[in-house]
Write a protein that binds this ligand. Sequence first.
Ligand SMILES: Cc1cc2nc3c(=O)[nH]c(=O)nc-3n(C[C@H](O)[C@H](O)[C@H](O)COP(=O)(O)OP(=O)(O)OC[C@H]3O[C@@H](n4cnc5c(N)ncnc54)[C@H](O)[C@@H]3O)c2cc1C
Length: 491
Amino acid sequence: MTPSDYDVVVVGAGNAAFCAALSARERRERVLVLERAPEDESGGNSRFTAGLFRIVYNGVDDLKRVIPDLSDDEIARTDFGTYTAEQFLDDMARVTEYRCDPDLTELLVKRSLPTLTWMREKGVRFTAAWGRQAFNIGGRFKFWGGLTVEAIGGGPGLVDGLTQIAKKNGIDVWYSARVVSLLADDTGVHGVRVKKDGKTVEVRAKSVVLAGGGFQANPEWRARYLGPGWELAKVRGTRFNTGDVIKMALDIGASPVGNWSGCHAVAWERNAPEFGDLAIGDQFQKHSYPWGVYLNARGRRFVDEGADFRNYTYAKYGRVILNQPGQFAWQVFDAKVKGQLRDEYKIKQVTKVTANTLEALVKKLDDVDAEAALKELQAYNRAVKTDIPFNPNVKDGRRTEGLAVPKSNWANTLDTPPFEAYAVTCGITFTFGGLRINTDAQVVSTDGEPIPGLFAAGELVGGIFYFNYPGGTGLTNGSVFGRIAGANAAA
Ligand SMILES: Cc1cc2nc3c(=O)[nH]c(=O)nc-3n(C[C@H](O)[C@H](O)[C@H](O)COP(=O)(O)OP(=O)(O)OC[C@H]3O[C@@H](n4cnc5c(N)ncnc54)[C@H](O)[C@@H]3O)c2cc1C
């Protein structure tokens, strides 16, 4: 086959790209996936994920469409609850402060379950996220936060599964193949220019689907669009999502849209490397802050650690940490909650100190005003409404009173040694601004018309997430719009 002979070319090899390729392959013979990374680093941010997907389900029967091997015993000892379309829509509207594109969001929500069912039928395997998203209450697991489904094997399992399924379906995949520009003229897009093994070649195609990720791995673009200081953030995932693919579409007249100064960013190990490390995956994250308190370099608390369930605050608190002096913070816990700390606190690569008194602990917090920190922790302890019982399964209203920075739920006193503290900085996950698409996943030009032959899906699409993000929506977003993009690109 000559390299100019494809029906659909897909740029990227993450979750959105493979969903697009598989969907296109249902209608067309010749589908090519172009991946900038070498094979052992392929799969984009999707490979770094926990593989969690936020989907609508109205009960166990819906879940069984995605997880057909759920056993009777597992069902008997789990309260899966429901996560309705209304809840998903409400969550999207609330966390994005009512900015999310209503038409795209409705599609995202409505197609979430059918799309995962389709992926299951293709051969992708899912399970319930008992380890991450459920609490064991008296021997029975109860799911919380609307996030119940995960890919078996997490992100690596998802990407390896999709890759194998794609290859089995006759889809070509080229690695170390960096797309550098689009072949476009007045009639639309006709292919791509790709640099492979040091040579630039043209690959002609009837349609192109862009699924090349955001610009979070580009420090210059981060400072330019997210603002000063963002070049100092650590990148949680792939080093290959540098905004190339967004730029090549803008260069031929695609419209930018969405929250270009916004991104998903979390608390991340302070001494983590510049980019994600596949051997560690997402374990540099530190998501148990609702059970403790944060301190900055001045020894002060600066955010309501218990404002909401972790799922609804973690993605915006990275920015809050970046804005602290020195771009770091410490998370402090006492022994009462130690058993509740997530697995990521148990890895070797943590910056952690322990002590038997708060006086001793604050002296061990690198770069922190110890005297101010001790006063802050003592004031916090005095402010906790201890008459309200602690309950991690609900927003328990166990709060502080009279503090300038309140803690609204799960406010435990720090009184039981040993005390532990973990140093974190800001880890950026992905950027929110990107390309404008319509409900057919066609890329729309700055004149408002779809660009013939050009489609997009996943992280590089703008208009869906603003300010914040409901955990597990990134993969669902890539799958839903990847599938739509692939189908329309092949039509
Ligand atoms: C540590 C971590 C944990 C996460 N956990 C979750 C989770 O559990 N659930 C969830 O929903 N989301 C999670 N996310 C977010 C999620 O990863 C993304 O929303 C999603 O994977 C984006 O998928 P995508 O296919 O659009 O992009 P990606 O998976 O990033 O794929 C983009 C692809 O484009 C390629 N590419 C870039 N430039 C070029 C070019 N010029 N030419 C060719 N190829 C190019 C890249 O190499 C890559 O393969 C997590 C992210 C991180 C970093």
